[in-house]
Design a protein around this ligand. Structure first.
Ligand code: ADP
Ligand code: ZN
Length: 514
């Protein structure tokens, strides 16, 4: 099909003037009948890659998609463009399902969205129609190497045998090599053509902040943007609810969203968010896949994400319209500990732990964050981005040897048996129970760091951990203990370079408690 015809179709059916990178190439590949793997960042425009061919090809396109919310959104938006599409899944009554199946058999449907577990149920209908394309959205769900493995996806390998002459298009925003190969293998793709779009989303600013006082920081952040909507991603359902409640109490239109909530409530929240009636959604990662809201202006991570793929996908929900959008990630050691525990108990523990380690390295980075992200996705960039916190505010180093010596000595005096907050209290000469109950006020080095704030001490200790002089004993109440390298600082005159701690913004808003 000529470039002109494709552009005309794009304009006529979707109202877009031009293709985004790789869309046209992918579409041509499918029209040529080839199996294809399309890797594009969230918001890159994957849907057009199968929706447009579906209109051009005779017969019906089957779209396999993991989430019911995602199907409904896409079908609604196709219908509003005058395209005959439907979804069939377990959320519908059997009458409704039968109606769609009849339409399907009558060749009235160009795109049918189904969940992988519904495929066998539709086998009879499929045997009576021409299936001209199979699109598998969120294809990384098939791979246990990926970050969102779904067992129902593992059966999809049969599709190639069942429809040997139908091209398959697998789509995902997950680019790591192992997952990529695994997707092609498991789907039995026939010599697939692989497209990898650039993952650079220049309009997203990147920032990482220490998680101290995060609720207050979030409140300040939102209050500075009264008309801009955004998502706060939290690790636990409980946090989403607590945070939403706190925000509501100070008059911010916020809602919680997680997989444990009733379907009705969830789709209501989703609709309100899309229609700008709800400003902030405090959500677990269950929220976002397939939500087509182009003007999400910011994404905050209340907790450290499990891996860079997930993080990138989640921040990618901001700024799909291409306008400047902000992202903030809060990093806390508590989160790291909890995530390490999850990862070590889950599937593929080794892989997941090393992915978490990369995530942590990103958060601790002292050089351009975008470079780190893009290199993770296999893209080499020579220029610093100018739109991340490190580029905007390069860290300044200073001789922190004395600070390091004080901290490491304190850890020894406390017999490597205390967690970070007590060490800071001890250094600062606090008079609270965690010190007095154990008589720590009588030990040497008590109070030697009274000139440095609580916050700064926390940051310096974290830096010392990152530099490898001390470590957290994760399986022993997070006690801080020294590593063999500490000796060099304490006894061999090794100098320690620390970075200055950025000042916390603490102008506005206290949260009134209930
Ligand atoms: P993905 O599935 O890759 O996350 P979508 O297919 O949902 O991305 O597309 C993201 C947004 O970009 C949608 O709002 C979509 O309408 C828009 N979009 C897709 N292709 C184009 C294009 N060629 N021109 C302009 N906007 C586009
Ligand atoms: Zn940068």
């Amino acid at each position: 099909m000529t470039t002109e015809t494709l552009h005309a179709k794009l304009k006529e059916n979707f109202g877009f003037e031009k293709f985004r990178p790789n869309q046209e190439e992918i579409i041509n590949c499918i029209l040529y009948g080839k199996d294809t793997l399309a890797i594009m960042p969230t918001g890159g425009g994957k849907s057009i890659c199968f929706q447009l061919p579906a209109l051009v090809l005779p017969g019906t396109t089957i779209v396999i998609s993991p989430l019911i919310a995602l199907m409904k959104d896409q079908v609604d938006s196709l219908k509003s463009n005058g395209i005959n599409a439907c979804f069939i899944n377990s959320s519908q009554s059997s009458d409704e399902q039968q109606l769609h199946i009849q339409n399907l058999k009558d060749n009235k449907v160009k795109l049918v969205y189904v969940a992988p577990e519904s495929l066998s149920f539709l086998e009879n209908a499929f045997s009576q129609i021409v299936v001209s394309l199979i699109a598998i959205d969120e294809a990384h769900c098939i791979s246990a190497w990926g970050h969102d493995f779904r067992p129902a996806y593992t059966n999809l390998g049969y599709l190639k045998n069942r429809f040997p002459s139908t091209p398959i298009l697998a789509l995902t925003a997950t680019a790591d090599k192992a997952t990529r190969t695994d997707i092609c293998d498991q789907l039995n793709l026939n010599n697939p053509k692989i497209f990898i779009a650039s993952f650079d989303r220049k309009n997203l600013s990147l920032e990482v902040r220490p998680a101290l006082d995060r609720v207050k920081q979030i409140v300040d952040f939102i209050r500075n943007k009264p008309n801009e909507s955004g998502i706060v991603y939290c690790l636990s359902r409980k946090t989403t609810e607590e945070l939403a409640e706190k925000l509501q109490k100070i008059g911010i239109k916020a809602k919680a969203y997680h997989a444990g909530l009733d379907n009705k409530i969830r789709s209501k929240t989703q609709d309100e968010f899309v229609n700008d009636e709800c400003q902030v959604v405090c959500a677990t990662i269950a929220f976002g896949m397939g939500i087509d809201k182009s003007n999400v202006r910011w994404v905050i991570h209340y907790n450290l994400p499990k891996n860079i793929e997930g993080y990138y996908q989640e921040i990618g929900r901001a700024g799909r319209d291409g306008l400047p959008s902000e992202t903030v990630l809060f990093e806390s050691y508590g989160d790291v500990i909890q995530l390490q525990k999850f990862a070590s108990e889950g599937l593929n523990a080794e892989v997941q732990l090393s992915k978490l380690e990369r995530m942590k390295q990103y958060a601790d980075a002292l050089s351009c964050r975008r470079k780190i992200l893009l290199s993770y996705f296999g893209e080499l960039v020579s220029e610093n981005c100018g739109n991340c916190d490190i580029c905007k505010n390069p860290p300044a180093f200073f001789d922190g040897t004395i600070i390091a010596q004080k901290a490491l000595s304190a850890i020894i005096r406390l017999q490597e048996s205390e967690a970070l907050p007590v060490i800071v209290d001890f250094l600062r000469g606090s008079k609270n129970a965690s010190i007095y109950d154990k008589g720590y006020q009588n030990l040497k080095t008590y109070g030697v760091g009274g000139d440095i704030s609580w916050y700064d001490w926390n940051q310096y200790l974290i830096q010392l951990i990152n530099l490898g002089y001390c470590e957290i004993a994760f399986h022993q109440q997070n006690k801080i203990r020294l590593t063999p390298f500490a000796k060099k600082v304490l006894f061999d005159g090794e100098k320690v370079q620390l970075t200055t701690v950025p000042k916390l913004k603490t102008e506005t808003a206290e949260i009134k408690s209930a």
